[in-house]
Design a protein around this ligand. Structure first.
Ligand SMILES: NC(=O)c1ccc[n+]([C@@H]2O[C@H](COP(=O)([O-])OP(=O)(O)OC[C@H]3O[C@@H](n4cnc5c(N)ncnc54)[C@H](O)[C@@H]3O)[C@@H](O)[C@H]2O)c1
Length: 182
């Protein structure tokens, strides 16, 4: 008796009906859920179409194509002391700059300040990559059209270099391989 009353109340509230341990979902509720899913799918499809219509969505980035009168310089180690100052000088002189750095040293905030100073599209991009990673370097060069490379990526502490010379040799080798890419 008590069980049946509860079942009736649940049915009125739009919940599932329990009879003898079986669970029957309310068809109205089911239709509601299906309706919501269809609306959500429609909205997602609409957003995707709108995004694809956006002019820059399919077009290659400005960094990947050469432009008359624009010189694109790759600054390796551009989050570091010398690299960030070189990038600033280049940007002030209207160069297009790509900074690549693995942030093992240096300071990402320096890059962020440069990005705030030169927010226009096609001026400055930052690529987080290790120059010792051949795939990353290949991708960097295949996706960008560089006119010049200024190479400052380095581990550059005299004391440390005497304690861990192999690390310094490795990074130097990496640098030479990067230069060969160009
Ligand atoms: N600081 C000076 O006074 C000075 C003077 C003369 C020459 N230099 C030379 O300039 C170069 C840069 O020196 P710095 O003082 O700017 O050093 P730094 O440590 O401030 O900057 C080096 C940058 O290179 C990055 N880096 C290191 N290895 C990398 C790798 N494998 N891939 C990607 N990024 C990597 C680091 O994260 C760092 O941001 C060095 O070759 C140094 O010998 C420096």
């Amino acid at each position: 008796m008590l069980g049946l009353t509860r079942a009736r109340n649940q049915s009125r509230n739009g919940r599932s009906l329990h009879v003898a341990g079986m669970d029957f979902a309310d068809p109205k509720r089911k239709a509601n859920v299906v309706g919501k899913i269809v609306v959500a799918a429609g909205l997602i499809a609409f957003c995707l179409i709108m995004i694809k219509q956006f002019p820059t969505f399919n077009s290659p980035s400005q960094f990947s194509r050469r432009e008359m009168g624009v010189t694109h310089v790759l600054v390796t180690g551009g989050a570091g002391f010398i690299g960030s100052h070189a990038a600033l000088r280049l940007l002030k002189d209207s160069y297009r700059v790509t900074i690549v750095d693995n942030l093992s040293r240096g300071n990402l905030d320096a890059v962020k300040i440069l990005q705030q100073m030169f927010p226009e599209p096609g001026r400055l991009q930052f690529v987080y990559a290790d120059l010792g990673d051949a795939n990353a370097v290949n991708k960097l060069f295949s996706e960008n059209a560089f006119d010049a490379v200024m190479h400052f990526a380095a581990v550059a502490y005299v004391g440390e270099s005497t304690l861990d010379p192999l690390r310094y040799l490795d990074n130097k080798k990496t640098a030479e391989e990067t230069e060969q890419q160009f």
